[in-house]
Design a protein around this ligand. Structure first.
Ligand code: HPA
Length: 283
C-alpha cells in the first residue's frame, strides 16, 4: 500500500506543470481541465486545440503513470479560442493497482493550479436500454459507489478541502443544462443518468447488473467516481459525460469485449468532439 503523501508532493507536481506552462507561454490560471476517457483521447489532438504543449506523466514529479495501453499518459496544455485548457490523456484506474487516492491525484493537482471546473469523460455500459443506448452521450447526474474505498480516506489535507463535505451539487446542474443546449444546437440530444462505479477489471455479472438496475443506476463503469469525490472535496464544479459503448452484462446476452468499448468510442468521436469544443468555448 502506498501511503498518501502530504500536500508538498501535490504542490511539487503542480509547480512542475506551472513551470512547463510558463515556458510554453501559457500565462494565468487554466480555464478548465478535461480528463479524456477510453477511446476519447483524440480531442486533444484535434484542430480545435491550438499551441499545444505535451507533458508526459512520467516527467511530472509524484504523478502516477498510465498503464492502459491505448491511453497516452500525457498532459496536453492547449489553447481553445483563447482559453487555456489542460487535457489529461489517460487516467488512473483502481483496477490497475493504484490506490484510490492516486486515481484522484490529477484532480487535486488541478485544484492547486487554480482550476475550478472539470469535464470528466468516460466509456460506460448502459444498464437501462429504455434510457441509454450504445452510441449515446449521457450527462451523469449522480453516482453510486458500492465499494468502501474512497480517495479521501486517511489523513485529510486541509489545503484541498474539509474532512466532511457535501456531494449533492458536484454534478453541476447548470453545466448539464448547457450540455443539453449545446448538443441540441449541434443537432443531437444528450441523455441523463446515474453512474454506478464497479472496481473491475472484470466486467460485471448479469446478477450484478440486475442489482445495479434495482438500486437506480443507468450506467456502469470502472472510473471517474474517485475523481468526482476529490473534485467535490476541492469545491470544484464537474460536468461528467459518459459515452455509452455497450449494453451491460446480461442485457443482450452478447459477450463483452474491450474492443467494443473502443470502437463505439470511435463512432461517437465526431459528436463528442463537436460537443466538447462547444462546451469549452462556452463554460
Ligand atoms: N462495465 C464496466 N465498465 C465499462 C463497461 C461495462 O459494461 N463498458 C465500458 N466500461
Amino acid at each position: 500500500m502506498t501511503e498518501k503523501p502530504d500536500i508538498s508532493a501535490y504542490r511539487e507536481s503542480a509547480a512542475y506543470i506551472r513551470t512547463a506552462m510558463d515556458q510554453a507561454g501559457f500565462c494565468g490560471k487554466p480555464a478548465l481541465a478535461v480528463i479524456l476517457g477510453s477511446g476519447l483521447g483524440s480531442f486533444a489532438e484535434s484542430e480545435q486545440v491550438r499551441r499545444k504543449t505535451e507533458i508526459p506523466y512520467r516527467d511530472i514529479p509524484g504523478f502516477p503513470t498510465s498503464t492502459v495501453s491505448y491511453q497516452k499518459g500525457v498532459l496536453s496544455v492547449g489553447d481553445v479560442d483563447g482559453k487555456t485548457v489542460l487535457f489529461f490523456n489517460g487516467r488512473f484506474h483502481y483496477y490497475e493497482g493504484w490506490e484510490m487516492w492516486q486515481t484522484a491525484y490529477p484532480i487535486a493537482v488541478c485544484h492547486l493550479l487554480g482550476v475550478e471546473t472539470m469535464i470528466l469523460t468516460n466509456a460506460a455500459g448502459g444498464i437501462c436500454p429504455e434510457r441509454v443506448k450504445p452510441g449515446d452521450i449521457v450527462c451523469v447526474t449522480d453516482h453510486i459507489k458500492l465499494c468502501a474505498e474512497s480517495p479521501v480516506r486517511g489523513k485529510n489535507l486541509p489545503e484541498l478541502g474539509e474532512r466532511f463535505f457535501d456531494m449533492q451539487s458536484v454534478y453541476n446542474k447548470g453545466l448539464i443544462r448547457t450540455a443539453h443546449r449545446l448538443a441540441q444546437n449541434l443537432g443531437f440530444d444528450v441523455g441523463e443518468g446515474v453512474y454506478a462505479y464497479m472496481a473491475g477489471p472484470q466486467f460485471e455479472t448479469p446478477a450484478e447488473i440486475r442489482m445495479l438496475r434495482a438500486v437506480g443506476a443507468d450506467l456502469v463503469g470502472m472510473s471517474t467516481v474517485a475523481e468526482v469525490i476529490e473534485a467535490a472535496h476541492c469545491g470544484m464544479r464537474v460536468l461528467c459525460l459518459s459515452c455509452v459503448s455497450n449494453l451491460a452484462a446480461g442485457v443482450t446476452g452478447e459477450p463483452m469485449t474491450e474492443r467494443e468499448v473502443l470502437e463505439t468510442g470511435k463512432a461517437i468521436a465526431g459528436r463528442f468532439s463537436a460537443l466538447m469544443g462547444a462546451l469549452i468555448r462556452e463554460i
